[in-house]
Design a binder for this molecule. Structure first.
Ligand SMILES: [Zn+2]
Length: 356
């Protein structure tokens, strides 16, 4: 018999689990909240579009530099407050506040549905000028969001997270998770009517009176990921067919099935993919994974056998490695490790005993 789950969080720091912001949950129901905080001087406005994050123009190139620092681009809150009512295609989210001498609020804009003139031209590329000149209020309303799309650089969270502050990683992760959910669910799953935003961006409301304007909350898809070790503390690493990089070796992972608990999912996935049976399962930590709407929960499993039989469909290779063998594979370039934003990287480092 095995204890079902040891609830000791081994990994206190995970790259995408950076929640020092006060969500201000009790304020979300106020429909004026976003409009009001946008007019406060300390409010910052950050943007996401189709799974990407807005960073200042020119920062895209930093993704290739490991030591570079990246930050989220921002728009002036007062301009956004004026323009938002004219642009229902822009979805605003109240991310929360940091409390110091003065509360600093953060509002995120999902501009995925903003249509940008493919020709562009000077007007679309000069968002700063739009703020300075502001010929008429109407011109600014028409251009501010489209200009932001054209003017800022847009990067993936995997490129942003290793180079950004913990606070901004947290902001980015939350807005991506909500934006991905909006893209995924545009109609009420109960009656099929279109949905609109509710609760300052944290929920949706069905527009059908006969469905009582049902409030819908974000769906989160639970997934497990496991470092599996044997009696000699060797690690089971594997390459999945879906990974484009042929040198990428990581650990077993998969979605939790209906009616299944977490430790069962760990044992089932490992056995399906590698033929290795797992006994005791220990919780390591969790982090959101906004590709699209997952929550990754990390575990360490103790193997009961060491014979490896990969399924050949999802996994093409799996093998046991000692720390010395793992080091040798890394330094000779025979394998590569998962990216720094991933929980897999931190879990492998936990086994390895130090940063890679
Ligand atoms: Zn409905």
């Amino acid at each position: 018999m095995f204890s079902s789950l040891a609830l000791t969080q081994v990994l206190p720091y995970l790259p995408l689990a950076q929640g020092d912001i006060d969500y201000g949950v009790d304020r979300r129901a106020d429909p004026r909240l976003i409009g009001n905080v946008l007019r406060e001087a300390g409010t910052s406005v950050v943007l996401t579009r189709a799974g990407l994050l807005a960073v200042p123009f020119g920062q895209c190139a930093l993704v290739r530099q490991s030591a570079a620092h990246m930050r989220l681009a921002t728009l002036p809150g007062a301009y956004v407050a004026d323009a938002l009512p004219h642009h229902p295609e822009v979805k605003a989210i109240y991310l929360g506040a940091y409390h110091g001498a003065q509360s600093q609020h953060v509002v995120a804009l999902d501009v995925s549905d903003v249509v940008v003139d493919p020709v562009g031209g000077d007007d679309a590329r000069r968002v700063d000028d739009a703020f300075d000149e502001a010929d008429t209020a109407h011109d600014v309303h028409d251009s501010i969001f489209a200009s932001a799309v054209a003017r800022f650089d847009w990067v993936d969270l995997r490129g942003f997270a290793p180079r950004a502050s913990a606070r901004e990683i947290g902001q980015a992760t939350t807005m991506l998770a909500l934006s991905n959910w909006y893209a995924y669910q545009r109609h009420c799953p109960h009656c099929g009517y279109p949905v609109e935003q509710a609760m300052s961006g944290w929920a949706q409301r069905c527009t059908n009176a006969e469905d009582d304007f049902r409030v819908l909350f974000p769906r989160v898809e639970p997934a497990v990921i496991m470092t599996v070790v044997d009696a000699q503390d060797r690690l089971l690493i594997q390459h999945n067919r879906a990974w484009k990089n042929p040198l990428m070796y990581s650990v077993s992972a998969g979605f939790v099935e209906a009616g299944e608990n977490l430790e069962h999912a760990c044992r089932r996935e490992t056995f399906e993919e590698t033929g290795v049976r797992v006994g005791e399962v220990k919780y390591l930590g969790s982090q959101p994974w906004p590709y699209k709407i997952s929550l990754m929960m990390g575990f360490k499993g103790q193997a009961l056998n060491t014979d490896v039989h990969v399924d050949g469909e999802e996994v093409s290779d799996a093998r046991w490695v000692t720390r010395d063998e793992y080091t040798e594979l890394l330094v000779t370039g025979q394998i590569e490790v998962p990216g720094k934003a991933t929980i897999a990287r931190v879990m492998i480092e936990e086994w390895y005993g130090r940063e890679i």
